[in-house]
Design a protein around this ligand. Sequence first.
Ligand code: IPM
Ligand code: MN
Length: 352
Amino acid sequence: MSYRGYQGYRSYRVVALPGEGVGLEVTAAALTVLKHVARLEEFGLQIDQGLIGQSAFVAQGSYFPEATAQLCQGADAILLGAVSAGLLELRQRFDLFANLRPICPSPALLHCSSLKPELLAGVDILVVRELVGGIYFGAAGRNIDQQGDYGYHTMQYHDWQIRRIARVALEQAQSRRRLLTVAHKENALPQLPWTRLVQAEAEAFPDVTVVPMLVDNLAMQLVLRPAQFDVILAGNLFGDILSDIGGAVVGSIGLLGSASLNAAGFGLYEPIHGTAPDIAGRGIANPLGAVHSVVLMLQQWGEQAAARRILQAVAALLAQGYRTADLLTQADEKRVNTQECLELLLAELVNQ
Ligand code: IPM
Ligand code: MN
């Protein structure tokens, strides 16, 4: 699932879909970082802005308008902020089935985690979440029977859907520490045999150890002993829940970025956090989740130097004690808002 390799002058078209809430603030900051790094690393950028979510509904009567889909067609990447509606349609439209969510605590932020710092040594997890199947996309509805009104959602997976996300997770494990933990719930959901299907795909990856784990136990293990994990593979619902635990592990969900890729390596990049209506519009949101999404975008393009530059700038900023409000825990830390965080980051980019 690697992106096409570039030779000579590189140029990329990015569709920015800020969405709503803090999505507007963090996407603007992340785009500024991207433009800055493009100048420093000498590649071209075209940024097209599109509508999704509430603002799209108000302007065009749909949470994911056809005009937005057309704009995304043929782009090199989509950068999304946060939305309350329209996202599932976007993911489905481009078959973005492979959601990669790295959970890697920053050395400067160990004390921000809800876990004891000694539990974080060596923690470097990649959650691979299936993103276009399962219960979020199964038959659903509301109905009425003798007992009254009821609702239902159906968790359905074709075997090929499990097998293709398994191959992505196995490839990722192979390039990391070669351990793949598979989240499943086969004691209650035996018709969804994740273990058997992943093990069958793993025959082509003899150097990867596959460990099936009941998802309830996995959730507990993530907070008891997170260092035991390398790659975690999960279906859509379980992956959604498990990756939020990752936010507590690293100290704030505002730090985490993600990539959602299709089979051609085309992707949507978005922070894991939501629209955060409680702080939206106040200019205090943590832009680093969106910035980490840009890092994943650059890595997928093969722009490794640019990605490294951003990661080092973020590390330097955090090492100097700068923190957005979601991360403040100690008196000697320096509180910054979104704009200040961005300006510090831009200054650091040049130093790397
Ligand atoms: C996420 C979000 C979305 C999801 C919502 C907004 C549909 O929680 O990206 O984790 O459940 O996938
Ligand atoms: Mn979620």
